[in-house]
Design a protein around this ligand. Structure first.
Ligand code: ZN
Ligand code: ZN
Ligand code: FE
Length: 743
């Protein structure tokens, strides 16, 4: 007879770990106990040595689906008289940090019951179990037990209580456990009338069928739903929400339904069905019945499958637009009392429920290559850090803000907060921060922000650090992008890598706008070994909205004439042209930039794809879509020691255009040219600095066409290529990179 004490760290709470161990102990005829602790799960087992071995082995290999084990420690202790295996009460300790599970889509077992007329939870919109349901959005504090969640308001009925306390039941300690008798309820409000439960869904379906906009409270907040095949309805939603072109996401009942509207590959299908249930960006089919206003001019379309039981009660055959319940640029609405006030002018009707959302979390967006927005289903799953840092708060940049808190080896990235450009978003940021600090027992010892003096996040970080007398570290934007790749791939403290950080805007150490950077990067600093040659950008950041003007700036820099046969010239009136020319000749109100994002905009502007855009990256997305097909041919670029000059490319590209070359061929050649630039500097820096590892990051690398081209060229020559897999390459992933800076 021997006794072992086992400590398991990782996501082991609220995921059915204790019943799993209970079953395992029974199977192996062991006695002992298991207890949740603030930093993991503690187990003691006693029995014959082979049975103990088998227990530890199964613990490693058969853990429940939502568990994420980081560490298992086993020690021998003295056995004592004991007759059973018990699950003991949770122990809460201060100052220890344990990860908690994200919100997980309804599992197969629950769906089977949900559609079974004989089950007591038949069509119950809040069905869940140990393997599925809301988590992060309902947790007020740890340990993760019912009294610490918003489910505390719903005392369980006898039947639910029985399931909850029975170790062999699949709802054992499922904290959101509920049924129609004891759990949350749904109601529907329209024109001052209210109906409950099944009639509520009938009301919502009818309103949607009539082209009305319905605000629906889901898992992480309200979404605005409308029939995706009804053009008038979708167009009305655009007007009311104040969102001109940015694509709306869609939800369909099953993957087969989605395949009618978009091309769904095997990897896409897996992602769509994954328990995170993100919005997956797919290439849309040409002739589909989707309303044109769903994603105007966009070749891609974002689809997701139902992730909450109530979605199944709303979807008929056709897909629904499901977009965040907010006014453009504002954070998502998540409280019943705010919904009527803030969404009342947008929605015709409301589907409410009374399970409180403690933390708002937007839907996540991914492609099968990259995360684009990391939120529901992923946050607050930590990134395990390869290096040790003091407890850190990193506040991110400005657009697509996420912050990062570290505690020991864990980096907790927040859910998507939004563009930090207004006070509403700053409020949401502060609330989310407060919550995550207490949830993960993290009291920052240092604060890190972007070096851009004008960012709201930078100014906020300065104030926060000053008030608490904490050290404040300002990190150059592209260095942070590079470190984000370094951290998520677990590179060691002394690693050096070559990072191509291509994005729209980042504040450079010389005050210029950077964005086409080749950095030799380490945790403790970087060397800018090459960059796109500066081009003066008239109007600075406002140029983001006008690809035609950016094209004119590039033409001007290349010494090319603004002649009327070019679409970017025709897109501007005489006054605009005069002002631009004057700004460019005098240098007044122009900021030098090496932005790769703007170069993509400029090429799109030259080709006449788009003179103006209503959201960041719009022109570049269309340029990428146009570049379908491959080409071996490139445009000439002057590859200098420390900068690359695209003047010769512009000369030839304009000549191509004038000679009537197809836009898609020009677009493909342009992409290929940029990939070759990456290959050139990779080779050179390998010679000079012996670096083998290449990182490709920054918002421009959301361009999968470019990413794949560059990746293939580099891999063929034996480079180790790192791209983002856990956090986005855009500014939504930058806080992770900030957090690991060594200073
Ligand atoms: Zn379930
Ligand atoms: Zn019940
Ligand atoms: Fe960036």
């Amino acid at each position: 007879m021997q006794r072992r004490r086992i400590f398991v760290r990782g996501i082991v709470q609220g995921v059915g770990f204790r019943p799993f161990l209970y079953g395992l102990a029974a199977k192996n005829g062991l006695t002992g106990f298991v207890a949740n602790r603030s930093d993991g799960v503690s187990v003691e087992v006693q029995g014959a040595p082979p049975a103990l071995e088998s227990f530890v082995h199964s613990l490693r290999t058969e853990a429940p689906p939502l568990a994420m084990i980081d560490e298992i420690r086993v020690e021998d202790i003295a056995p004592f008289a004991e007759s059973e295996f018990r699950i003991v009460e949770s122990v809460s300790e201060a100052n220890v940090s344990t990860p908690i599970s994200p919100d997980i889509a309804t599992c197969k077992d629950c769906l089977r019951e949900f559609f079974d007329p004989n089950d007591r939870r038949y069509r119950y919109p809040f069905i869940n179990c140990t393997n599925c349901g809301p988590r992060f959005t309902i947790i007020r504090d740890i340990p993760y037990d019912r009294p610490n969640t918003t489910m505390a308001a719903f005392p369980m009925c006898a039947a639910c209580e029985e399931e909850y306390h029975s170790p062999t039941n699949r709802r054992f300690h499922a904290q959101p456990n509920a049924c129609r008798i004891c759990g949350p309820k749904v109601w529907f409000e329209k024109s001052g009338e209210t109906v409950w439960e099944e009639p509520a869904f009938a009301g919502a379906r009818e309103a949607l069928a009539h082209g009305q906009i319905v605000a629906i409270k889901g898992i992480g907040g309200f979404v605005l739903a409308v029939d995706a095949q009804n053009e008038a309805a979708v167009a009305r939603l655009r007007v009311r929400k104040g969102r001109r072109d940015k694509p709306f996401a869609l939800m369909a009942r099953d993957a087969e339904g989605i395949a009618q509207y978009a091309i769904v590959g095997d990897e896409d299908s897996q992602l769509l069905r994954s328990r995170q249930r993100p919005i997956v960006l797919l290439r849309r089919r040409e002739a589909s019945r989707l309303a044109a206003s769903v994603a105007p001019g966009n070749p891609m379309i974002g689809f997701m499958l139902p992730y909450a039981p109530l979605h199944y009660l709303l979807l008929d055959d056709g897909p629904l637009v499901m977009t965040s319940g907010n006014l453009s640029e504002e954070p998502i609405v998540y409280r019943n009392e705010d919904a009527l006030a803030r969404l009342g002018d947008i929605a015709d009707a409301f589907l409410f429920h009374d399970r409180e959302i403690h933390v708002p979390v937007d839907d996540s967006v991914v492609t099968h290559e990259l995360p684009i927005r990391r939120s529901r289903g992923y946050s607050p799953m930590p990134v395990k850090l390869p290096v040790e840092r003091p407890m850190t708060l990193a506040v991110g940049a400005e657009l697509k803000a996420c912050f990062c808190l570290t505690h020991g080896q864990y980096a907790y990235m927040s859910q998507h907060i939004g563009d930090m450009e207004n006070l509403e978003t700053l409020d949401a940021f502060e609330r989310a921060l407060q919550h995550m600090k207490s949830l993960f027992r993290c009291e920052p010892e240092r604060v890190i922000c972007d070096a851009h003096p004008g960012y709201l996040s930078t100014r906020w970080a300065r104030g926060y650090a000053h008030e608490r007398e904490l050290p404040l570290i300002e990190v150059q934007h592209h260095h942070a992008h590079a470190m984000s790749v370094m951290a998520e791939h677990g590179l060691p403290e002394d690693a050096t890598m070559l990072a191509f950080t291509f994005d729209g805007t980042g504040y450079g150490t010389d005050g210029a706008i950077w964005g086409g950077e080749v950095l030799l990067a380490r945790y403790d600093g970087f060397q800018r070994v090459a960059h796109l040659k500066y081009v003066p950008l008239p109007g600075g950041d406002t140029a983001i909205r006008h690809p035609a003007r950016v094209a004119l700036a590039h033409l001007f820099a290349a010494g090319l004439e603004w002649s009327d046969d070019l679409p970017c010239v025709r897109a501007c009136n005489t006054v605009e042209l005069r002002v631009l020319r004057q700004q460019l000749s005098s240098g007044a109100r122009s900021i030098p930039t090496s932005s790769m994002g703007r170069l993509f905009d400029a090429v799109a502007g030259l080709l006449g794809l788009r003179a103006n855009v209503s959201y960041e990256g719009q022109a570049a997305i269309e340029l990428e879509a146009l570049a379908a097909g491959t080409t071996e041919s490139t445009y000439p670029v002057t590859l200098g020691t420390d900068e690359f000059d695209v003047t010769p490319m512009w000369v030839e590209m304009v000549a191509d255009f004038r000679a009537g070359a197809e836009a898609r061929v020009i677009a493909a050649r342009f992409h290929r040219t940029m990939a070759e630039v990456i290959l050139h500097y990779s080779r050179r820096m390998r010679q000079e600095f012996a670096v083998q590892t290449i990182a490709l990051t920054g918002g421009v690398f959301q361009n999968v066409y470019l990413l794949t081209l560059a990746n293939d060229l580099l891999a063929k020559e034996g480079f180790r290529v790192l791209t983002q897999r856990m956090v986005p390459p855009n500014d939504g992933g930058i806080a992770l990179g900030q957090a690991v800076i060594l200073k």
